[in-house]
Design a protein around this ligand. Structure first.
Ligand code: IFM
Length: 474
C-alpha cells in the first residue's frame, strides 16, 4: 500500500465508518474510542511529591543512550497540565483514555510505604476523566520499574513479580471503585528484549539469556497481579494485558523462508501469547533464540494463564522476512535464520521507519480471535510518527496521520465484520511525547506539544478523530 493523494474527509468514508448504523462492519454502541499515553513519556515532574527514580531515570543519563541526551524530566509536563489535558480529551470527543501509573510515584521503594501524594495524582486524574464522561483505562506497568527494585535484582528476580502484585493491589484498592479497565503489563517483549538483549531500553543490558528470564518474571508478575486484582476489584472489572504484535509475512515461497516466518512469529508474537493463552512456551522459542529455558517453577504457567477478560493489541506494522541459507553467518546458533526486509519498493513508511500496513491489523485481530479465543480484544495502541511542522498558529497539518488512522480504522471494521469481539481502539498517542531512545525527535500525538512553552496545538488528525467519533454517536 502506498499513500498518494489527500486523505478522505470523514463525510466521504464508507457509512460503516462515518457513523452509519448497524451495517455489517459498523461499530457497536459503547465502542471505546480513545487515545493512550504512558507515565514516563508525558508526566515529567520526576522529582516531585515523593516520586523516586525509576530505571528510566537512570538509563536516560547514560551517555549515548538517548537522542541528544534528552530525558523525561519534564516531557509534556502532564503532571502540571493534567486538567488542561483532560479538557483537550473532551474536545477530541474521546470516550476513553488509557494511561499508565508510575510505580515509583505510588511505592517509591517498589514495596513498603505508599506515597499518598503520588496516588492522589492518579485519583485526581481518574475523577477529572469521569467528570468529563471519559472512561479511564489503567496500565500498571509501562516500563518504569522503581530503581530501588532494580537494586534488589529487578526483573531478574522472582520477588519482583510478587512486588508487582502487591503494587497492583495498592492501586486497585484505591481506584477500583472508579476504574473498570485494567492492563497489567505493557509490551513485555519490549521490556525484556529491548531492555535486556538489545540494550536500547532500560536497564540497557545485552544478554538474551537474561531477556528470557526477565520475560518469564514479567509474565509471572502479570499472572500474580491478575489474581490479586480479581480478588479486590468489584465484579465486572475488566482485566487484561497489552502485547505488541507484528504479523509476519514471507518475502518469497522458498522452504527456508516459510520456516523463517514460523521462527519470526514464535519470537515476535508467540513468546508471550502462548504462555498466556496456552500455559506453555512455544517449543522452538528457546532454540530459535539460542538460549536455555528460563527458571520455570511448578505452578508458574498455570498462574500466567489465569483467565483474562480481554487481550490488548498494540499494532504498528508487520514484518516481512526472507530465509537465509543455513551456512551463512546470520543463521549461526542464536541468530535468527532470517533476514527482515526493512525497505519494500513502493511501500510507505512512518518517521520511525515502520511500514504502513493497515491490513496487518485486520490479520492480527482475526488470527488472535481464531487461534487464541480471548474473551474480548481491545486495540490498546495504534498510531504513527510523522515529521510534523508547527508554524506558530492554531493548526498542524498532518494528513499522513489522518490517512494512517482512517485506513487502520477501516481494518477494525473488517475485523468486526468477521465477528472479532473488539471493544475499543486507542490511538497512540494523545500527545507528542518522549519516544524512549528517540527522545523528542518522533511525534506520535493527535496533539502537538511545543516543548519550549508546553503549549498544546490540536493537529488536523486530532480534529479528524474528534469528528469521526462524533459521527459514531447515536
Ligand atoms: O511510544 C511507544 C510506547 O511506549 C509503547 N508502544 C510503542 C510506542 C511507539 O513506539
Amino acid at each position: 500500500m502506498s499513500i498518494t493523494g489527500r486523505p478522505q474527509d470523514h463525510r466521504s468514508l464508507p457509512a460503516s465508518l462515518a457513523g452509519g448504523s448497524d451495517l455489517a462492519g459498523g461499530f457497536p454502541p459503547g465502542f471505546l474510542w480513545g487515545a493512550a499515553t504512558s507515565a514516563y513519556q508525558i508526566e515529567g515532574a520526576v522529582r516531585e511529591d515523593g516520586r523516586a527514580p525509576s530505571i528510566w531515570d537512570r538509563f536516560v543519563i547514560r551517555p549515548g543512550a538517548i537522542f541528544q541526551g534528552q530525558t523525561g524530566d519534564v516531557a509534556a509536563d502532564h503532571y502540571h497540565h493534567m486538567e488542561e489535558d483532560v479538557a483537550l480529551m473532551a474536545r477530541l470527543n474521546l470516550r476513553a483514555y488509557r494511561f499508565s501509573i508510575a510505580w515509583p510515584r505510588v511505592l517509591p521503594q517498589g514495596t513498603g510505604p505508599v506515597n499518598e501524594r503520588g496516588l492522589a495524582f492518579y485519583e485526581r486524574l481518574v475523577d477529572t476523566l469521569l467528570a468529563r464522561g471519559i472512561e479511564p483505562l489503567v496500565t500498571l506497568y509501562h516500563w518504569d520499574l522503581p530503581a530501588a527494585l532494580e537494586d534488589r535484582g529487578g526483573w531478574l528476580v522472582r520477588d519482583t513479580a510478587q512486588a508487582f502484585a502487591e503494587y497492583a493491589e495498592v492501586v486497585a484498592r484505591r481506584l477500583g471503585d472508579r476504574v473498570r479497565w485494567w492492563i497489567t503489563q505493557n509490551e513485555p517483549w519490549c521490556s525484556s528484549y529491548l531492555g535486556y538483549a538489545l540494550g536500547i531500553h532500560a536497564p540497557g543490558m545485552h544478554d538474551k539469556q537474561l531477556a528470557v528470564t526477565v520475560g518469564h518474571h514479567i509474565l509471572l508478575s502479570h499472572g500474580l497481579a491478575t489474581q490479586r486484582l480479581r480478588s479486590v476489584l468489584p465484579h465486572g472489572a475488566q482485566i487484561g494485558i497489552a502485547l505488541d504484535f507484528y504479523p509476519v509475512y514471507a518475502a518469497d515461497e522458498r522452504p527456508e523462508t516459510l520456516q523463517a516466518v514460523e521462527q519470526a512469529d514464535t519470537f515476535r508474537n508467540r513468546w508471550f501469547l502462548d504462555p498466556l493463552f496456552r500455559a506453555e512456551y512455544p517449543t522452538s522459542l528457546f532454540s530459535v533464540l539460542g538460549v536455555a529455558p528460563p527458571p520455570v517453577h511448578a505452578d508458574d504457567l498455570a498462574v500466567i494463564a489465569t483467565p483474562l477478560d480481554f487481550l490488548g493489541v498494540n499494532y504498528y506494522s508487520r514484518m516481512l522476512v526472507r530465509g537465509v541459507i543455513a551456512s551463512s553467518a546470520a543463521s549461526s546458533p542464536g541468530s535468527p535464520g532470517y533476514e527482515v526486509i526493512e525497505r519494500i519498493p513502493g511501500a510507505a513508511y512512518t518517521d520511525m521507519g515502520w511500514e504502513i500496513f493497515p491490513e496487518g491489523l485486520e490479520v492480527i485481530l482475526t488470527r488472535l480471535h481464531r487461534e487464541y479465543r480471548p474473551k474480548a480484544l481491545l486495540v490498546t495502541e495504534n498510531g504513527a510518527a510523522f515529521e510534523d511542522h508547527w508554524h506558530g498558529g492554531d493548526s498542524v497539518h498532518d494528513w499522513q496521520r489522518i490517512h494512517y488512522l482512517q485506513t487502520h480504522i477501516e481494518a477494525l471494521s473488517r475485523a468486526l465484520a468477521q465477528q472479532v469481539p473488539l471493544k475499543g481502539y486507542m490511538v497512540w498517542s494523545l500527545l507528542d511525547n518522549f519516544e524512549w531512545a528517540f527522545g523528542y525527535s518522533k511525534r506520535f500525538g493527535l496533539v502537538y506539544v511545543d516543548y519550549s512553552t508546553q503549549r498544546r496545538i490540536v493537529k488536523d488528525s486530532g480534529r479528524w478523530y474528534a469528528s469521526f467519533i462524533a459521527a459514531q454517536r447515536r
